[in-house]
Design a protein around this ligand. Structure first.
Ligand code: PXP
Length: 264
């Protein structure tokens, strides 16, 4: 059975929409672990649009499973990863204008630079995974790069019209088989949902699935009703004791808290 890496990026997306402190991916990572996550994955993007530096530092200190850091293969991110020492680094392509990681890394189109960066990370004891499309040429280049792992991009399968899904799935099956023959270990992810995950989970040889957006979406669906219920309860039965700072409220004529004694 493949293990599950839960990608928490979009919890941070909600937080950053208000530049506030909630939801906090660091505290919610604990709930993901309680739910059975085998690992926590976050993408520290160069534009810091969701996950922040403080998140990865606190996650490193608190995650009890494994922290997989997704990042671009830049010198700045290399230095961050080496200082952080996550359980794994997954190298992904990054373009500022994209909504999410759009394609796999073009390992075949890159030269010595990428290979050197992979060696540097692995030399610091951090296993490197390359997020690539399940194409023979890319997988060969991954082997040549010295990386130990690949993460097969499942986006083409996830986005395929229903009639073309079997073909896209067959490419993933073949890609996984080929990667393993080349001595690479195989993860997979992107765009997987509660509706399409099972066929990928059943592919022999895939060790971990990285899944984010659909889990965050489901969390809202299963949690929203309770969250509203809790707010309704507070509104219908507010606490009557003075709260911290009630002194200020007491100066406000007409405020029902005026009737209460301030804390002694
Ligand atoms: N794997 C990689 C390399 C990714 O970049 C992402 C998206 O951040 C995922 C997996 C998870 O994709 P999704 O959010 O669609 O489940």
């Amino acid at each position: 059975m493949a293990s599950l890496g839960v990608n928490l990026d979009h919890l941070a997306t909600v937080r950053q929409a208000r530049r506030t402190v909630e939801p906090d991916p660091v505290t919610l990572a604990l709930l993901a672990e309680l739910g059975g996550a085998d690992g926590i994955t976050v993408h520290l993007r160069e534009d810091r649009r969701h996950i922040q530096d403080r998140d990865v530092e606190l996650l490193k200190a608190t995650v009890r499973t494994r922290l997989n850091l997704e990042m671009a293969a830049t010198e700045a991110m290399l230095a961050k990863a080496i200082a952080l020492q996550p359980a794994m680094v997954t190298l992904v392509p990054e373009r500022r204008e994209e909504v999410t990681t759009e394609g796999g890394l073009d390992v075949a189109g890159q030269g010595e630079e990428l290979r050197r960066r992979i060696q540097t990370l692995q030399g610091h004891g951090i296993p490197v995974s390359l997020f690539v499309d399940a194409e023979p040429q890319q997988l060969l280049a991954c082997q040549a790069s010295g990386a130990q792992w690949v993460e097969l991009h499942t986006g083409a399968y996830a986005d395929a019209p229903w009639a073309q899904q079997p073909k896209a799935l067959a490419q993933l099956v073949e890609g996984c088989e080929r990667a393993r023959q080349l001595g690479l270990r195989v993860n997979a992810g992107h765009g997987l949902t509660y509706q399409n995950v099972e066929a990928v989970a059943a592919i022999p040889g895939i060790e971990e699935l990285n899944i984010g957006h659909t889990i965050v979406a489901r969390a809202l669906a299963v949690g929203l009703e309770q969250a509203v219920r809790q707010m309704k309860q507070l509104i219908s039965q507010p606490r009557r004791e003075p709260l911290f700072g009630a002194g200020i409220l007491l100066q406000n004529p007409g405020n029902p808290v005026d009737a209460l004694e301030p804390l002694g």
